[in-house]
Design a protein. Structure first.
Length: 323
């Protein structure tokens, strides 16, 4: 089959409203004025898709949106950055999801409506359609409730010659289902953050967690926030420090890291280079309001990396002179 896309992304898409400067939540009958209210595309899979498309890869999105203003807003943004939307279904029963974030630059609080994001079923996917991509990135794993459907989906996609990556995300049930390790065996790249890794492995050390998970997936990457990131591939552990930027909004930073790391994977970069790309995408993400707004394109990202590395080299030279 002809591979029309570098990646088909399967998962959630909604909109985010970021309420900036809300120093207090109004009591009944009160009105509070804020600095700004910003509308952006939200949902981990959607933010990942936009970031990957901005980096220059051919991306298609598979998900569900409502027949409403917000659904059209998401579609228009996808098309603006060249994301193919023909695999997106339109819900007949729900509106597009929305999440309202208060003070995205501080300790965020949320009011969310899941909407169409609850409708996506892995056992209802058109696998032949998805197989137009050479890679599938999957979100939405929920432990026991959809484990078997994810196993079946992974088998179907692997049988069609696709590589698979997954960001497992936070388990809001608190179950941290150990069956995830079975699912890992069908993936080529598995991504999570530090807290998720510790919950699933039961360990409290990054390197030990990576070694444990490498029994099930040969390429595992863990996001470490301000400490950067780490990954294991073929038994070798690699760490990369974070880039230093002023953090404005952390929404979508992990999803943008995923895009950078997968960009490296899909273009044949080594793990160290892939982690650098991931860290750079995450840094660009937090430097602006909105999940992928701070990331402009691949050339911008390379310029950012070069400047950061030059600044680091200059700092090291200064410190050496002082000593």
């Amino acid at each position: 089959m002809v591979k029309n896309f570098d990646a088909v992304v399967i998962g959630d898409a909604n909109v985010d409203l970021a309420v900036v400067g809300a120093s207090e939540i109004p009591l009944p009958g009160q009105e509070v004025y804020v600095e700004d209210v910003m509308l952006n595309v939200g949902g981990g899979a959607a933010i990942f898709s936009l970031a990957l498309a901005k980096l220059g890869l051919r991306v298609a999105f598979n998900g569900i949106l409502g027949d409403d203003f917000y659904g059209r807003y998401v579609r228009e943004h996808f098309l603006k950055y060249g994301i193919d939307t023909r695999m997106i279904k339109t819900s007949e029963s729900n509106q597009t999801g929305i999440s309202i974030a208060f003070n995205p630059d501080k300790d965020r609080s949320f009011i969310s409506y899941a909407g169409t994001t609850t409708e996506l079923r892995m056992n209802e996917l058109d696998y032949e359609q998805i197989a137009q991509g050479r890679h599938a990135h999957i979100t939405g794993y929920k432990g026991k409730s959809n484990h078997e459907a994810y196993i079946k989906m992974a088998k179907e996609l692997k049988a069609r010659g696709m590589t698979i990556s997954c960001d497992v995300g936070w388990d809001d049930t608190g179950e941290w289902y150990k069956g995830i390790f079975e699912f890992m065996t069908y993936t080529d790249v598995f991504l999570m953050n530090e807290t998720e890794a510790f919950h699933y492995t039961g360990l409290e050390d990054i390197n030990e967690s990576l070694r444990y998970m490498s029994q099930y997936c040969g390429n595992v990457a863990i996001k470490l926030g301000e400490q950067g990131s780490a990954a294991i591939k073929d038994g070798v552990i690699t760490h990369q420090a974070a880039f230093r930027v002023q953090s404005i909004d952390t929404t979508g930073a992990g999803d943008c890291f995923n895009a950078g790391y997968l960009m490296g994977f899909l273009t044949g970069e080594d793990v160290a280079s892939s982690l650098i790309l991931g860290n750079a995408c995450g840094a660009k993400s937090v430097s602006a309001f909105g999940g992928s707004t701070g990331l402009i394109d691949g050339a911008d990202l390379q310029q950012f990396i070069a400047q950061q590395q030059a600044d680091k080299g200059a700092d090291q030279a200064c410190n050496s002179q002082v000593q």
